[in-house]
Ligand binder design. Sequence first.
Ligand code: BTN
Length: 254
Amino acid sequence: MLEPHRLQLPSSIARVEYFAEIDSTNDSARRMAGELPRDTTLLVVAERQTAGRGRGSNRWWTGDGSLAFSLLFDPARYGIEIRYGCMVPLAAAIGLIDAVTERLPSPAVGLRWPNDVYIGERKLAGVLVEGLPDGRQILGLGCNVNNSVAVAPPEVAMIVASLVDELGGPLDRTEFLSSLLSAVDAALVRLSEDREALAALADELCLQRGRMLHVQVGDERVSGICTGIAADGALRLDTPTGPRILYSGIVLKE
Ligand code: BTN
């Protein structure tokens, strides 16, 4: 189990709610948002989620020993301009990669646009950022840590990675969560201070470069070879009709 009293939190986080079990940490943060002043950053962390959500209609497997948490925060407190709020998911993924590569220095850890963290062909972590009408954001992050792929449900076992399997042993999740929170905090600061450097890093970490991608953008399906991530966090594709820059969309299975 996590030991919340041992968590070392970045100074930006003012309140922590810890649950043994909850539906979804994102939903829990949303329910609490109304009672919190907008300058209070809240961390909701849970051992298990009964209805963990992914992007679109995806569900998220929160296996025993994984990490699932959400941060409710105001991007303006970090100095993040509203028009770059859409780069928060990318920043979160970069924070995650920073925390992971401290423990697993492998060039195979990288990013799949818009914000999935992969080890090779397998997904290690996902980010779900949702906006509130008042401009605050809920940044939800799930990472497979001590939940071995060996016990994953059959529908995900072939496509996920977990740190315990990569490292050959369990991590101290409280310690890992502490460094993850600091790394995400640092990436958000970086987004406000040097957005282009953050995007350049995302571009470097992009595992999709050179691959043919099919992206659903509303009613349109755009196909093309990925040429990386642009300075504003968009996906760059070379399509048969010329270069395209995508700011949103669901990347379909390759
Ligand atoms: C994705 O891969 O599509 C995003 C997965 C995000 C999962 C995390 S786990 C913590 C937070 N609470 C949720 O219900 N979802 C996010």
